[in-house]
Write a protein that binds this ligand. Sequence first.
Ligand code: OGA
Ligand code: NI
Length: 360
Amino acid sequence: MDNQTSYDRTKDLKTFDDRKTGVKGLLDEGTKEVPSIFVRPLEDRSKDLSNNPENISIPIIDLTHVNEDSTSKAEIVKEILLASETWGFFQVVNHGIPIEVLNNMIEGARMFHEQDDEVKKQFYSRDMSKVVTYNTNHDFYKSNAVNWRDSLYIIALFTGSFDPQDLPSVCREAILEYLKHIVKLGDFILELISLALGLEQDYLSKIRSSQAWSYACHYYPACPEPELTLGTSKHTDSSFITLLLQDHIGGLQVLHDNQWVNVTPCPDAIIVNIGDLLQMISNDKLKSVSHRVIAQTIGPRVSIPLFLKGLFSSPEKYGPITELLSEENQPIYKNFTLEEFYTYFFSRPVDQSGLDYFKL
Ligand code: OGA
Ligand code: NI
């Protein structure tokens, strides 16, 4: 029986994948039920914690005065430290990125997914060596339930660069403009986190080796049976930090004190979260926290994460930062190259922490 089920599932996956029109394609055809490849096993669903506390939320940090005087900056650095140690997540407001740039990015991402299928299909691929790809779930054939989500990816981890001409024309300008601002904000946040850890201001932005990042434009179509599936399964990010722009729909949840807490959309905010790489090099001082996106009857929802990482081929060894270690704070992780880290990270089941493997 099991063999029969897994055979059918493989066939169904392949049929869906070959269509190259994603989850959105199902809706366009009038699908009223969630197909079985998306249905989460009952035991996973029953393990869910369903209490979403109304009155707590991830910290909001206002950057308005960050460059005005050293007292304001020190105060903000303190808030970032507390948020990174306790939540692993915070939202920044008044970060200096013009609102039009954010709105154009959300609109551009939506336009990519809503453009003519024939144009969009040309980008559909699972070839990890390609810089620009579009598909439904990067772990599509590995996971036990497909997520209700389509994504456009730009992965500049191997080359550290990309050719703007490879970007989809419908959102090329919006992406280029957004990237210019968001990568700069990301490095600025890394400077504040460096200070929070008691390091030189440029410590972290230097070690993340220049232009290495990956980026996605996620599109979560409305879902007819949201209780059966998820938009994004529970996971942690592999990055140093991730910066996420989301539209007004909501659905992102963060695991905090064993409860799923909603990250309520805050206009013009950028969500920042600590990834596994930063948890490891901070020797567990900063926390890479599990998060997920629920499926909803409302939609589509658009979200745009930028993952600040290091270059795959970087020869450096990463590990707990020596300056942070002491007699009482012995290293928890061994040293590793980013190639070792990513190779392991992409081969493990996505819902499993990538951290244990690197523990001493
Ligand atoms: C991710 C992620 C959250 C979202 O892509 O790693 O967590 O809101 N996305 O789409
Ligand atoms: Ni994530």
